[in-house]
Design a protein around this ligand. Structure first.
Ligand SMILES: Cc1ncc(COP(=O)(O)O)c(C=O)c1O
Length: 436
C-alpha cells in the first residue's frame, strides 16, 4: 500500500489530537529514520528528545530482551532488584544530593507527583511557574504549563485544571517581556516575581517549577547569574525549587543533568523521556531526603506500570551506555559545533533571528527580518516542511499567542560531527532555495 493509502487509514482509525506529518515511518537506525518508501531522514527530533542512543541501539535492545525473558512487570506491591539498582544509580549520579526516588511512566505523571510532593511537604500554598514552559498533559502538569495548550484555551475542558499556579515571565532575553536588555536589566524579571507575589497577596509560595532550559517554549537558555538568583529567591520565599529536566536531563545539554551547569541541585529534580533510552516509557522524581520522607507517609500515589522491572532495566542499560560511550561529552562537543555552524546561517538571511542552545538542544528563531523581530510563522512552517522533504526532521514550536516561531533541533546524543555538518548543510541549502 502507498504512503497516501496508509495516511488515509491513519486518519480514519486514529484520533488526530496531535499534529502529524504526512509520513509513515518504518524503521530506524542510529540517527536515521526510514519511511515506508525507503527515504532516509536525519532525525533531529529523536522522538521528542527521548531516543538519546538513536534508533535500534543493539546493546540497549539486548539488555531489554534479557530483562523481558527474566521479569517484565511486577506491581509496586513488590520490590525488584532493578528498581533498587536504578534508584541507587540516580542517587549516585547526582552526588548524593537526593534522598530518594519515585518512578513514573511519563514526564507528565512525574511532574504531577512533584507538584503533590511540594504541596504536601509545604502544607499547601501556590506554585510559581513560567510562561512558555511545558510540563505535561495531565491536569496538574498542564496547569503548570505556560504555553496555552488546548486544555487551557478550550473552555469546555479548561475547568479540569487545578488552580494555585502563578505564571511569570521566563528569562527570554531575545524577547524580554519587560523590554529590557541583559545585563543592564539586572535580572528585573526575577525581581518582578517578588512584586507579583506581593501584589497577588500570596504569602505562601510552596514551590517554583522551571525547565532549566525551556525546550518546547523555544529553547530559552537562562542568562548568566539567573539560576543562582532564582535559587536565592526560593530561599527568601521559603519555597522549594523543582527542575523539570524531562528534556534537559540524561545528557542532553552536555552534562548528565542540566543543573550541573550551575552547580545547583534543586529540591526536586524530574527526569523522563531519555531516562530509559526512549524505547520503553519511564520517568523519575528525585527528592531531597526530608521531602521524600514526608511523602513516604502518604500511601497511594502511583500508576500500574510505575517502576516495573523492564523500565528500570532499560534505564540502567541506557545510563551505562551513556557513561561508557561518554555521550554527555559528545553532546557537549558536537553540540558546540552544531551551534557554531547554525550561527553561520545568520549570514544568509536576517530571517534567522536568533540561534540558541546548550549541547544537543538548539533552537533557530525565525523572524520577519529587515530589522523586524516579528515572528514569521509562514516562513518557519515552510522551512520546517521543506527540511522534512529534504530529509531532516526537526520540531517546530510556533505560537501566535506567544508571538514566536522556533525550529528545535535535538538529535540523538550519538550524533557525529559529520552528521551535524550534513544537517546544517541541508538547512543552508533549503534556506537558500526558499529565499530565492
Ligand atoms: C519539559 C517537559 N516536561 C514534561 C513533559 C511531559 O512529558 P510526557 O510527554 O512524557 O508526559 C514534557 C514533554 O514534552 C516536557 O518537554
Amino acid at each position: 500500500m502507498s504512503m497516501r493509502g496508509f495516511l488515509a487509514r491513519d486518519d480514519r482509525a486514529i484520533t488526530q489530537v496531535y499534529f502529524r506529518d504526512p509520513v509513515v515511518m518504518e524503521r530506524g537506525e542510529g540517527v536515521f529514520l526510514y519511511d515506508i518508501e525507503g527515504k532516509r531522514y536525519l532525525d533531529f527530533s529523536a522522538h521528542y528528545s527521548s531516543c538519546c542512543l538513536g534508533h535500534s541501539n543493539k546493546n540497549l535492545i539486548t539488555a531489554i530482551e534479557a530483562q523481558m525473558s527474566k521479569l517484565i512487570s511486577v506491581s509496586a506491591q513488590f520490590s525488584s532488584m532493578e528498581r533498587i539498582y536504578l534508584a541507587e544509580k540516580l542517587l549516585s549520579l547526582t552526588n548524593g544530593k537526593y534522598g530518594k526516588v519515585l518512578f513514573g511512566c511519563t514526564g507528565s505523571d512525574a511532574i504531577e507527583f512533584a507538584i503533590k510532593a511540594v504541596k504536601h511537604h509545604k502544607k499547601g500554598g501556590n506554585i510559581i511557574t513560567f510562561w512558555r514552559g511545558y510540563h505535561g498533559a495531565t491536569a496538574g502538569s498542564a496547569a503548570a504549563t505556560g504555553k496555552a495548550e488546548t486544555i487551557q484555551i478550550d473552555e469546555n475542558i479548561s475547568d479540569l485544571l487545578p488552580g494555585g499556579f502563578i505564571h511569570v515571565s521566563p528569562p527570554y532575553c531575545y524577547r524580554c517581556d519587560y523590554e529590557k536588555k541583559y545585563p543592564d536589566c539586572d535580572l528585573f524579571c526575577l525581581k518582578y516575581i517578588k512584586k507579583r507575589v506581593a501584589q497577588d497577596g500570596c504569602a505562601n509560595i510552596a514551590g517554583v517549577i522551571i525547565e532549566p532550559v525551556q525546550a518546547a517554549g523555544g529553547v530559552i537558555v537562562p542568562p548568566e547569574g539567573y539560576m543562582e538568583k532564582l535559587k536565592q529567591l526560593c530561599e527568601e520565599m521559603d519555597s522549594l525549587l523543582i527542575f523539570d529536566e524531562v528534556v534537559t536531563g540524561i545528557g542532553r545539554t552536555g552534562t548528565m543533568f542540566a543543573c550541573e551547569h550551575w552547580g545547583i541541585y534543586p529540591d526536586i529534580l524530574v527526569a523522563g523521556k531519555a531516562l530509559t533510552g526512549g524505547y520503553i516509557p519511564g520517568s523519575a522524581v528525585l527528592m531531597k531526603k526530608d521531602i521524600a520522607e514526608s511523602m513516604d507517609k502518604l500511601t497511594l500515589h502511583g500508576h500500574t506500570h510505575s517502576a516495573y522491572p523492564l523500565m528500570c532495566a532499560s534505564a540502567l542499560a541506557n545510563l551505562k551506555i551513556i557513561e561508557q560511550e561518554k555521550l554527555c561529552n559528545n553532546a557537549h562537543v558536537v553540540g558546540k559545533l552544531l551551534h557554531n555552524r547554525l550561527l553561520g546561517l545568520k549570514s544568509i538571511s536576517d530571517k534567522i533571528g536568533d540561534i540558541r542552545g546548550i549541547g544537543l538542544l538548539q533552537g533557530i528563531e525565525i523572524v520577519c527580518g529587515n530589522g523586524s523581530k516579528r515572528a514569521d510563522f509562514i516562513f518557519a512552517e515552510k522551512l520546517y516542511r521543506n527540511l522534512l522533504k529534504a530529509g531532516v526532521i526537526t520540531e517546530l514550536e510556533s505560537s501566535y499567542r506567544l508571538e514566536s516561531s522556533v525550529l528545535i533541533l535535538h538529535p540523538p546524543l550519538i550524533l557525529t560531527k559529520e552528521q551535524a555538518e550534513e544537517a546544517v548543510e541541508i538547512i543552508r541549502n533549503v534556506l537558500i532555495i526558499l529565499l530565492k
